[in-house]
Design a protein. Structure first.
Length: 198
């Protein structure tokens, strides 16, 4: 009986040590996967003004009738977020973008191209009344926006810092990260990093 108890105790310790080794190996593999999985960033399209160029400058009027300068040199960075009341992703992103702009101290401007009554209904529903909203197709054409939600970050000097399709806070943050890294986009940075490693 005592021999059986000793054997079972030894076997249980062997199993526990084996599980410990398996856990260490699993943790290592998770670390390797974490290093290989690229961070998500705003998806750049090949159309429109290039990053680093002067942003298209234009005068616009908000839905409230206030004059607004877009793309001109200013005291702070300007974030243009192209949205639509028919875009479910846009409706989810708007509250995130409002918080992001406040945190990052960006001057956010919402831009749309739909019926004014639909835009006003969206503004009321999502509590965007205190923020500038321009309803104009001209701005979207100038920046060659073809899919939504699309964001454009313009620097104090009026140059285009970064741009791309966005659908999360991580994507919005990648606009600033790309500028800080001195690259066109996060994807561009990752491609350059892979080329250096290879």
């Amino acid at each position: 009986m005592l021999t059986l108890l000793i054997v079972s105790q030894i076997l249980s310790w062997i199993v526990i040590l084996g599980l410990g080794l398996a856990l260490v190996a699993l943790a290592r593999q998770v670390g390797v996967l974490h290093m290989r999985v690229a961070p998500a960033g705003a998806l750049m399209t090949g159309k429109g003004p290039a990053v680093g160029e002067a942003a298209p400058m234009m005068e616009a009027a908000t839905l409230d009738g206030a004059a607004l300068a877009i793309g001109k040199p200013r005291a702070g960075k300007q974030l243009l977020l192209f949205v639509s009341p028919h875009c479910p992703l846009c409706k989810d992103l708007i509250p995130v973008a409002k918080n992001f702009a406040r945190t990052e101290k960006l001057d956010i401007v919402f831009v749309g191209d739909d019926q004014e009554s639909e835009q006003r209904a969206m503004i009321a529903k999502l509590e965007m009344g205190s923020l500038p909203f321009v309803n104009s197709s001209i701005i979207g054409r100038a920046y060659q926006v073809d899919r939504l939600p699309h964001a454009v970050l313009i620097g104090e000097d009026g140059k285009l810092l970064s741009r791309g399709l966005v659908n999360s806070r991580e994507h919005l943050e990648s606009l600033i990260t790309a500028h800080e890294l001195g690259v066109v986009s996060v994807q561009d940075y990752l491609a350059k990093t892979k080329n250096r490693v290879a």
